[in-house]
Design a protein around this ligand. Structure first.
Ligand code: GLV
Length: 308
């Protein structure tokens, strides 16, 4: 029984070492060294090979090496094969760190001070209590919930929106599209942690961002195609929005000529907010292999009808 890894080779080498230690009975193969393809039962990939079915006829489970599944062409994965996204503690911790630093930087005017420094200007700005800063997270999966729990501990006024009702302790919950406007109207810092699906592509558009109060901020740590980047720049230029922190763009990498790079109210990081940590992820994958053999649902197994 073999497990095939098809993603970044350097990270793959770490996975290989961890598998050798933690699951020596499973033969670990690194793409493109597929070996006898008929022996491959499990595939972990950022993107599965296009001809998956022909290439790996006996695959039983396909794992995404990332939290998102939007980079998969699900029509190429036969219906009977479960698809599992990466839901693991390391990726959650990284995302909590990134969003926390982004919200705190906005909250404590770090960008305004960076601008003042370019002018050698020593001017204090009033500090607003966290309890008066209204943070709203779009998407209440594992990542959104963990981010809100941490921000809540800083005292921010927190709310979350999700398609179907989800409860997070101490956080105001909004569910369904009919409650979206009310959620936006109370949000000064909007964090996007939605999955990218046909329903959420382009969701951060002129109408949605225009529904935020004047002076609001956007943090996009979902996917670049969630956001209409030109609508964002128009709302920044008009002064409706104060700024945006984007860890994801469309396309990636963002071409050097793209106007987002030079926009004075935009901060960009190159999709580094969080990544799967092999050391913690391998435990989840091994648990999922046990679950699969026992006929149980796996952690992170997607619902194909929803696309996540
Ligand atoms: C990264 O964006 C991931 O999906 O893990």
């Amino acid at each position: 029984m073999s497990f095939l890894y098809k993603a970044d080779p350097a990270r793959g080498a770490v996975w290989a070492r961890l598998f050798a230690q933690r699951a020596p009975e499973t033969e670990f193969r690194l793409w493109p060294d597929v070996g006898d393809a008929r022996e491959v039962r499990y595939l972990a990939a950022w993107k599965p090979p296009e001809d998956l079915n022909a290439l790996l006829p006996n695959v039983e489970v396909v794992f995404s090496t990332g939290a998102g599944i939007d980079q998969f062409d699900l029509s190429r994965v036969p219906d009977h094969i479960p698809v599992v996204r990466m839901v693991e503690p390391g990726i959650v911790e990284g995302m909590v760190e990134y969003v926390t630093q982004a919200v705190l930087s906005i909250h404590r005017d770090i960008f305004a001070y960076a601008h003042q420094q370019t002018m050698r200007q020593w001017t204090e700005l009033a500090v607003m209590p966290a309890s008066e800063r209204r943070v709203g997270v779009l998407g209440l999966g594992m990542l959104g919930q963990a981010v809100l729990s941490r921000l809540k501990a800083f005292g921010f006024d927190c709310a979350g929106w999700s398609r179907t009702p989800r409860h997070v302790d101490g956080v105001a919950g909004y569910a369904g599209y009919e409650s979206l406007d009310a959620f936006l109207a109370r949000t000064d810092v909007l964090v996007c942690l939605l999955p990218l699906t046909s329903a959420t592509r382009g969701i951060l558009d002129k109408r949605l961002l225009g529904g935020l109060p004047r002076g609001a901020w956007l943090i996009n740590v979902g996917r670049g195609p969630h956001l209409n980047q030109y609508a964002l720049m128009a709302l920044l230029d008009s002064g409706h929005l104060s700024g945006a922190i984007l860890d994801v763009t469309d396309p990636e990498p963002l071409p050097p000529s793209h106007p987002l790079w030079a926009h004075p109210k935009v901060r960009i990081t190159p999709h580094i907010a969080s990544a799967t940590r092999p050391e913690t992820a391998v435990e989840v994958v091994l648990e999922n292999l046990r679950r699969h053999r026992a006929g149980l649902t796996m952690i992170g197994q997607i619902d194909r009808t929803q696309g996540y």
